[in-house]
Design a protein around this ligand. Sequence first.
Ligand code: ZN
Length: 481
Amino acid sequence: MADEQTKEAKVKITPRGEDFPRWYTDVIAAADLADYSPVKGCMVIKPYGYALWETIQAVLGARIKETGAENAYFPLFIPEEFLRREAEHVEGFSPELAVVTYAGGKELDEKLVVRPTSETIMYDSFSRWIRSYRDLPMMINQWCNVVRWEMRTRLFLRTTEFLWQEGHTAHATHEEAEGKVLEMLEIYREFLQDTMAIPVITGAKSAKEKFAGALQTHTIEALMQDGKALQCGTSHDLGQNFAKAFDITFLDDEGELRHTWQTSWGMTTRLIGALVMVHGDDKGIVIPPQMAHVKVVFVPIWKSDEEKAAVCEAARGLAGEMDVEAKIDDRDLRPAWRYTEWERKGVPVRIEIGPRDLANDQAVVVRRDTGEKTSVAQSELAAKVTETLESIQRAMLDRALAFREANTRDVDSWDEVVALMEGDGGFARVGWCGDEACEDRVQEETKATIRCILGEEPGSSRLCVVCGKDSTHIVMLARAY
Ligand SMILES: [Zn+2]
C-alpha cells in the first residue's frame, strides 16, 4: 500500500484557539474548497467548494421560484450614467466600482461599469416592461457574478468578484413591497437554519448601515466561532427611489399613472465562509448532511489483494442499499490517510469496513461532527445511516444555537461593552437612543457595529449604552467580518 499522503492530508491545520484567521485559510486548503488567483482579491472556487454553491443554488433557488420569482440574466456591463441616476446609490458604490474605459481597440465614448449589483440595469428594462397594474408584481431573480473592488480580501468572505443571487421585484403598493422584503428575509432565515444548520438573528439595519439607495435594509446575522458576526443576506425596501430615477410607472386600475414600489434581496458565496466558521473544527470543515454532496463515504480496509476484492465488493453492495448516494474510497492509500482526507472534507458519515467486520457481518459508522464510532450489523446499516444523517443535521444546529446563546449578552454599561468587544466578542444586546453620534462612538472605540435593530421600544426602561439617554431601540452589537 502506498505510504503517500493525499494533498489534502498534507496541509497542516492551525488550531482555532491558536490563530483563528489562519485556521480558516488552512481549512479551506485542507478541504480543497478554493485557491488564490493571479488577480489579487479574486479566487478560484474548486470543485469541492463549487459543489457547496450548487447545493445553495438548488435548494435556495427552488424556494425563490416557489415565491413566484423567475430567473433571468442581465448584462455584466452597465452604462456609467445609469448608476448616477440614483444619487445615494452611486455615492455608496463608487469607491468599489471597476470601470471599462478602453475596449475594441479604442477609448469608449461611454464608460461601462462592471456590475457591482444590478438594480440600475434591471430597472431600465423594468421601465419598458411594466405598463399597467396587470404587469405587477414583477419578480425577477438572477444568479451571477458581481465585482466590488475590495482592498482587503479573504477567500469567500470578501472577494473582489463573487457569486450571488439577486432578486428584484416591483409592486403596486408600498405595503405589498414591505411584505415581500420580510417574506424573502424569512426564506433566507429558514434556508440557513434548515439546510446549513446556521441559526441567525434578523432585524433592520441602522440608517448608516443600510444599502445605498434603499429606504430600509433588513439583514440576517450569524455568529462565527471567534465571536464575530457575519452578515449572511440582506433584503431591501427600495421604496420608490429607483422607480423615480428610472421612471418605472404603471396605470392603476382607475387609469391613474403611478410609480412602482420595489425590493431587492441577495445572498452570496460568503455563505460558504459562514459554513466553515460556524461548524468547522480543528480537523477541518464539518458539512451538515443537507449541504453535503458527499454525505457518506466507505473506507474499505485490506492487507492483501484478496481482502481488497472482498471488502470492496461488500462496500459496493451495502452502498447500493443506502437511501443516499455513498462514495467508495478504494484508493491504494493507508486507511489513516483516507480517514484524514474525508474528515478534512467534512463528509458527515464515514463507514469503515475491514476483513474482521466482514467476518462479523458488521461495519463501523463514524460521525464527523462528534467522532463517535458505532459497530452496526450490515442488515441495519442503511437505516442506521439515514438516522445518523438526520441526527447530525439536528445536532449541528443545536450546537451552533447553544454557542450563539452562550455568546449573546444583555449589556447595560459602556465599560462592559468595551471589555466584551476587546475580549470574547459575541453579540451584545443594548439600548440605543437612535443618534448616529452614539453609533459612531461604538465603532470608533470598540470596532463593533450595530448589526441589527431588534425592535423599537419607545418608552423602554433601557438607556442608551453610549450616552445614557432614553433608548428608542434595542440593538445587537458585534464586531463583524
Ligand atoms: Zn445615545
